[in-house]
Design a protein around this ligand. Structure first.
Ligand SMILES: [Zn+2]
Length: 499
């Protein structure tokens, strides 16, 4: 035994580089690993500070959402069919960020938004507050406003009191306290809010009075495109609510957006017009429904949302062209949603992303407007015609969108709840895996299109994949590398020299 120990000790001494012996005597080959988020290399910045900062956050957007869109664009535009870079993929500085929270490897938007906004980690569901709930974490937007006098704009395609926008102005231990978050929106004193209406929840304070708060804190509220279009700098602090919010209060999905309705890019353009001033501005713009479509495993809707984000980024790129050496643009995500994979067990390495273009409607619009028409009806010619009209799927003919027998059997099974007029109230384990919380028919039809295109999902919720960070302009080099997402705020603080 002694001999064996001596031999082991000798081995440890002989191989100090390859193998380190831990205190418990176990060989440890991971000696060079550093703790993610705790051992971040110190980055110094001695350049100039930008006057204008754009921070775009694709909620639920990681590499798969971005690359699927790049591949979809390549597959649906003339040319060689190869993936095409979205505008922000050409930015000069690229990094990636991990995003675990104090209580979960897989983050929610409140905690990951807080990391990006304040440079500090917190618990799932918390906004701008320490994990023990005692300390307010000041956001980069609050710092730039109070210390440098910059104007602040907060734009989102979802509710203005939703987690990601709220991470920049709220300090509260529950993202679902809708009226509590909304009250803090008014208290922030930020200059431009634009996006969906406030979400409603059972936790809402019945005494919440939006108009009284607007008057108290000096906000002008508009809720039509015409009134939003007429806003000028003389209007002071403004809140612009979407004129045609969906049932959740958010902007329409891009795939469903109708002529004349404002896109995310329109809200960014208006923001620039109102925020531009001698001291500069900080604008956070969230594309929130990349997450919602990813939760629903609806690939066609995802790629259209990412394209809408790219269009909004283009507005900032054009502005930066006219304000050279004064502008910084960052595009990132807060987490991945859906376990979205480019590749599917049934199609191996072959893909046909162009098939997504045959889907003409989001899972949401199909669920809200089409599925209710099937109540009390057997699957008939109308339902079969709808499958072709909205998803391009056919029972016969040729081409890649012809349904196989097993696909049609899945549709027949999923149709049953549409006919009954209600989703399964106590779903079986199998139903939960197949449909999540969604209408079985919507989940099945989008799922078939996804798979025919060579795409798949492994979750109806968030995953722990790191996110990409793209940066362009003044200070962008500070965002190169693989780091914790708290560094997005911390490096912005260094670039702007704020505390
Ligand atoms: Zn989500």
């Amino acid at each position: 035994m002694k001999k064996l120990l001596a031999l082991l000790l000798a081995l440890c001494l002989m191989l100090p580089v390859l193998v380190s012996c831990g205190n418990d005597g176990q060989a440890n080959t991971t000696a060079t690993n550093t703790a993610q988020g705790e051992n971040v290399p110190e980055a110094n910045y001695d350049g100039k500070a930008p006057k204008y900062i754009f921070l775009f956050i694709g909620d639920g957007m990681s590499y798969s959402q971005i690359q699927a869109t790049a591949a979809y664009v390549g597959a649906t535009t003339d040319g060689d069919g190869k993936p095409k870079n979205l505008n922000f993929m050409n930015f000069e500085s690229v990094g990636s960020a991990v995003n675990y929270t104090t209580d979960s490897i897989i983050p929610d938007s409140a905690a990951s938004g807080t990391s990006i906004a304040t440079g500090k980690k917190t618990n799932t569901g918390y906004l701008g507050l320490s994990p023990d709930g005692t300390e307010k974490y000041e956001s980069i937007a609050e710092k730039l406003k109070s210390q440098l006098g910059m104007k602040v704009g907060i734009v989102t395609s979802v509710n203005l009191n939703h987690a990601t926008p709220a991470a920049f102005y709220a300090h509260i231990n529950s993202r679902s306290e809708g009226t509590g978050v909304s009250t803090q929106l008014f208290e922030s004193g930020f200059d431009y809010f634009a996006g969906g209406t406030f979400f409603k929840s059972s936790k809402d304070d019945p005494d919440f009075d939006m108009n009284a708060l607007a008057e108290k804190y000096g906000y002008k509220i508009v809720s039509t495109y015409a009134d939003a279009g007429k806003l000028t700098k003389d209007d002071g602090k403004v809140i612009v609510f979407e004129e045609n919010p969906d049932t959740d209060g958010a902007l329409s999905y891009e795939i469903d957006r109708e002529e004349g309705m404002w896109a995310l890019s329109d809200y960014v353009s208006k923001g620039i017009e109102l925020l531009d001033n001698d001291k500069g501005f900080f604008m956070m713009c969230e594309s929130g429904k990349i997450d919602w479509a990813s939760h629903a495993n609806d690939a066609a809707t995802i790629v259209n949302e990412v394209k809408a984000l790219s269009n909004a980024v283009q507005v900032a790129i054009d502005f930066a062209e006219a304000h050279k050496d004064e502008t910084l643009i960052i595009v990132t995500g807060d987490h991945e949603t859906g376990g979205f994979s480019l590749g599917f067990a049934g199609t191996d390495t072959s893909t046909a992303f162009e098939l997504l273009s045959s889907q003409k409607i989001s899972f949401q619009k199909f669920s809200d407007e089409v599925i209710p028409t099937y109540k009390g009806k057997k699957i008939d010619v109308t339902a079969i015609a709808d499958m072709e009209k909205y998803f391009g799927l056919t029972l016969e003919g040729d081409g890649e969108l012809v349904l196989t027998d097993s696909e049609y059997a899945r549709i027949e099974e999923a149709y049953k709840s549409a006919r009954m007029g209600s989703r399964p109230t106590s779903p079986t384990e199998e139903q939960k895996l197949l449909y999540g919380d969604y209408w079985p028919l919507a989940a099945t039809l989008t799922g078939i299109i996804n798979n025919k295109a060579g795409l798949n999902f492994s979750s109806w919720d968030h995953t722990a994949l790191p996110v990409a960070v793209y940066a362009q302009g003044v200070g962008s080099s500070m965002f190169i590398g693989h780091y914790d997402n708290t560094n997005i705020c911390n490096n912005l603080m260094k670039i702007m020299n704020v505390k």
